[in-house]
Design a binder for this molecule. Structure first.
Ligand SMILES: Cc1ncc(COP(=O)(O)O)c(C=O)c1O
Length: 384
């Protein structure tokens, strides 16, 4: 059967714009691309402890066998959710199969017709996809711009009564920057809005034990819902929505991405449990990651590269290099020199905002950071 012409045309346009997405092959290059900030994804300790835990408890199963609402609610879920809730000082935690599912499930089911969702224009696709399904009215505000947000909040109050949700990330996935969370919580309080914060890139990176940015600022009691994802700093898979018991009960009843899917396997849940335990008992990786972030920031300043980077104290460091062709060329040069650095092209980011998204890890050495930045400065300055 012939592939539809309208789809072929779309792929052709992507090619012409130098924006065709292709699955990369595995690379042995030095990792400055993955979200495995603490090296947990490759930790043999976590792997073996998980394996042993499953054997010791006689959990010799490969799959969940069904939705959590039917046959898939393995006893490990309750143990793990209780531990997660305790660690994050939340009333409850509800595990979803992924961060994507958690955001889509939350935003498509919680805000109702007549409610408002105000969201940062740079929110992740999973938040925006959930909002798109929701029947609430939604408006985006300029990135981290609370004057713009307040303008929208005031507009919402012209319709009475109103329930308002504000959605943002504590560390933005493509920029690595953070909102002013104190100012944001004050604003939300003033307007009685419900804050929903995606902490995907803050877990394992911020807080004494890597508990995230919200807890490191002691703001957890002011947040309606937090989304923690486990595919980044925790190095495994899945996500949890943190909030009240009522919120958990509501999501179990109405979040379709929770209800209509097979649960994670017992092995996946055990990995989350052990990874959390490891995070709480070891802080070598978190400390080393922070040292690497500081070193990267100092060196990029010394090399005169700071103006091209989005300001960031997180593990995500984005160097804006406008134009798909140009950013791809520089990424290729870095890759040829042994560094796995990925270009982020439009339309993933807006045109003109194409960038190298450099991810720092606890396991990157000082020498690797120095070499990467000096190569980057050579390639960038020779291209000008
Ligand atoms: C901010 C943010 N939220 C949610 C997700 C989705 O998480 P997951 O990869 O677990 O589906 C991502 C991952 O790309 C993300 O960056």
């Amino acid at each position: 059967m012939k592939f539809p012409k309208n789809l072929t045309d779309k792929l052709e346009t992507r090619k012409q714009n130098n924006a065709l997405r292709q699955l990369p092959s595995a690379t042995c290059n030095i990792d400055f691309a993955s979200n495995d900030y603490l090296g947990f994804a490759k930790s043999e300790t976590i792997f073996h402890q998980t394996h042993q835990f499953l054997i010791d408890n006689d959990y010799l199963e490969n799959g969940a066998t069904g939705s959590r609402l039917l046959s898939g609610n393995h006893p490990l879920y309750a143990i793990t959710e209780n531990q997660i809730a305790k660690f994050h000082q939340a009333e409850s935690a509800l595990i979803f199969n992924s961060g994507y599912d958690a955001n889509v499930g939350f935003f498509s089911s919680v805000p109702q017709k007549g409610d408002f969702i105000l969201y940062d224009e740079l929110c992740h696709a999973s938040i925006r996809d959930g909002i798109r399904i929701s029947s609430a009215k939604s408006y985006k505000y300029h990135h981290n711009d609370y004057e713009d947000l307040e303008r929208l909040l005031q507009f919402c109050h012209t319709e009475q009564p109103t329930i308002i949700y504000i959605a943002t990330e504590s560390v933005f996935s493509m920029d690595g920057d953070a909102p002013n969370l104190e100012e944001l919580t004050n604003l939300a309080e003033k307007h009685q809005a419900h804050l929903v914060i995606d902490e995907a890139h803050a877990l394992g990176v911020f807080g004494n034990q890597g508990e995230g940015l919200i807890q490191s600022l002691q703001l957890q009691d002011k947040i309606f819902a937090r989304i923690m994802t486990f595919g980044k700093g925790l190095g495994c898979h899945g996500a949890a929505v943190l909030g009240s018991h009522q919120l958990k009960n509501y999501l179990v009843n109405f979040a379709r991405s929770f209800i209509y899917t097979t649960g994670l396997s017992p092995h996946a849940i055990a990995t989350i449990l052990i990874a959390y335990q490891y995070l709480q008992t070891q802080n070598n990786e978190t400390n080393q990651l922070r040292a690497n972030i500081n070193s990267f920031n100092q060196q990029k300043m010394q090399l005169g590269l700071k103006p091209m980077f989005v300001q960031s104290k997180s593990a995500i460091q984005s160097a804006i290099i406008p134009g798909n062709e140009k950013v791809k060329a520089i990424a290729t040069q870095l890759q040829q020199n042994g560094f796995d650095v990925k270009p982020i092209l439009s339309p993933t980011v807006p045109e003109g905002q194409e960038r190298l998204r450099i991810c720092l890890h606890s396991f990157n050495s000082e020498k690797e950071i120095t070499t990467l930045l000096s190569l980057l400065s050579t390639f960038v300055f020779e291209k000008q």
